[in-house]
Design a binder for this molecule. Structure first.
Ligand code: FE
Length: 193
C-alpha cells in the first residue's frame, strides 16, 4: 500500500508543478525589479516576528518550491538591503510556509527552500499561496541572514486577506506588494551593524 501511494503522490506533485509552470509568465530573476533599489529617506529595518513552531533547518537550496505543492502560484521577489539602502549580496533567504491545506511538512521539505541573493542583492522564489490555518491568516515565514548581522526572522502577509484583521501577529508593514495576481514583492531591510 505504502509503495503504491508514494509514487502516485509523486506523479500528482509533478503534474501540479508542470501546470503551475505553464500558468506562470516566464520571468528572469529580477526582471520585475528595478536595477537598483528605491528607498525612502529613512528606511526602517524590517520588523522581526516570531519564528513559530515549524522552522526546520537545512532546507533545500532552491528558488522553485512548487514541487509537490498545489495551489495558486506566487512569485515573490525583492531586495535585501541595509538601512543605508545598499543591496546585500549573498544573503541567505530561507522561506517556509504551509500548503494549500494549511499544513506544514515537518517530515520532509515540501514548502521549504533557501537561496542566496545575487550580486545586486535580489532574491526570487516561485511557490504557492499558503492557506490560513487555525488562528493564523495566510503568511510566509522567512529568515534572512547576512554576514556580520543578526538574523532577521519575520513573516510576510497578503494584502486584502479577510483573516488579517483577526490575526494578532499580522502587521501591515509586512504585507507584500502585488502587481497582478501572482507577482509579489517585498524588500527586507536589515538592521544591525
Ligand atoms: Fe506559520
Amino acid at each position: 500500500m505504502r509503495q503504491q501511494v508514494f509514487p502516485r503522490r509523486h506523479i500528482i506533485g509533478l503534474g501540479a508543478g508542470a501546470v503551475a509552470a505553464l500558468a506562470l509568465p516566464r520571468l528572469a530573476l529580477g526582471q520585475e525589479l528595478p536595477p537598483t533599489p528605491e528607498c525612502g529617506t529613512d528606511p526602517k529595518a524590517t520588523i522581526a516576528q516570531t519564528e513559530g513552531p515549524f522552522f526546520k533547518p537545512k532546507s533545500p537550496l532552491r528558488s522553485d518550491l512548487r514541487a509537490e505543492l498545489k495551489g495558486t502560484p506566487v512569485m515573490l521577489t525583492g531586495f535585501v538591503l541595509t538601512r543605508e539602502c545598499r543591496p546585500v549580496p549573498n544573503a541567505l533567504v530561507d522561506l517556509w510556509h504551509a500548503d494549500a491545506d494549511g499544513e506544514y511538512d515537518n517530515r520532509g521539505f515540501r514548502g521549504r527552500g533557501h537561496q542566496f541573493t545575487d550580486a545586486q542583492g535580489r532574491y526570487r522564489f516561485v511557490t504557492v499561496k499558503p492557506a490560513r490555518y487555525t488562528g493564523r491568516t495566510a503568511h510566509y515565514h522567512v529568515r534572512v541572514q547576512a554576514a556580520n548581522r543578526p538574523v532577521l526572522t519575520t513573516q510576510l502577509y497578503f494584502p486584502g486577506e479577510p483573516g488579517n484583521r483577526r490575526d494578532g501577529l499580522y502587521r501591515r508593514e509586512l504585507e507584500m506588494t502585488f502587481s497582478g495576481a501572482s507577482n509579489a514583492r517585498f524588500d527586507f531591510v536589515l538592521g544591525g551593524a
